[in-house]
Ligand binder design. Structure first.
Ligand code: GRF
Length: 211
């Protein structure tokens, strides 16, 4: 009988449609980690900035068309790559049923506002921050949540907040929100993937890391 080395690392696929600054931050955060690895980055856009970032990090990035996500091509690819978990880091397509069924409670997203407000179709990028400013909200933040069949409606795992100040522009808000993303998203990913952390909703505080 052949006895091989068993790779116990959890393998995470990152999905990104845009600049990929979160994808880069996550990969850098775990670069010396022995328990998580990031074998592939997947995008639906060939011109997304994430590809250049991944090239610099020597992480392979791939482009699939919308239809490939829906017809099972991406699922087959993820299986071939033995992916355990999917993290959406600025990914704009809806996740189809074939992926949701195969990865139950194993797909998470980050949204740049405090869901359930300012979520749903069309609520991405600066649209979110413009809507927050237009509504006169005094605070905004980030929401990390499980992904289900509707945009931004899966169960909330973690939120963190920042103030919206008089005179803030959408770019000002985006900068504060990005800072929260960079601080919290990697460690929340670690907690969820490694501890199989599930079902508890953490809001406003660092309770998740106090136990
Ligand atoms: C982030 O603000 C994230 O919350 C949202 O999309 C943006 C992606 O930014 N889902 P980047 O591509 O990681 O720079």
């Amino acid at each position: 009988m052949h006895v091989g080395i068993v790779n116990m690392k959890k393998r995470i696929a990152l999905f990104a449609s845009g600049s990929g600054s979160n994808a880069e931050n996550i990969i850098r955060y775990f670069s010396t980690d022995c328990e998580l690895e990031f074998p592939v980055v997947i995008s639906n856009r060939a011109d997304a900035g994430v590809h250049e970032r991944m090239k610099n990090l020597m992480i392979p990035s791939y482009v699939f068309k919308k239809n490939d996500f829906e017809n099972g091509t991406v699922l087959k690819f993820l299986r071939e790559k033995a992916v355990d978990f999917i993290v959406l880091a600025g990914f704009l397509l809806k996740i189809p049923e074939n992926l949701l069924k195969t990865y139950p409670n194993k797909i998470i997203n980050i949204h740049p506002a405090l869901l359930p407000k300012f979520g749903g179709k069309g609520m991405y990028g600066s649209h979110v921050h413009e809507a927050v400013l237009a509504s006169g909200e005094k605070e905004t933040g980030i929401t990390i949540h499980y992904v289900n069949e509707n945009y931004d409606e899966g169960r909330i795992i973690f939120q963190a907040r920042c103030p919206v100040l008089p005179g803030d522009s959408p770019d000002d808000v985006a900068a504060k929100v990005h800072a929260l993303e960079y601080e919290h998203f990697p460690r929340v990913i670690g907690k969820i993937v490694l501890c199989e952390e599930n079902l508890t909703i953490y809001k406003d505080t660092d309770d998740m890391f106090k136990k």
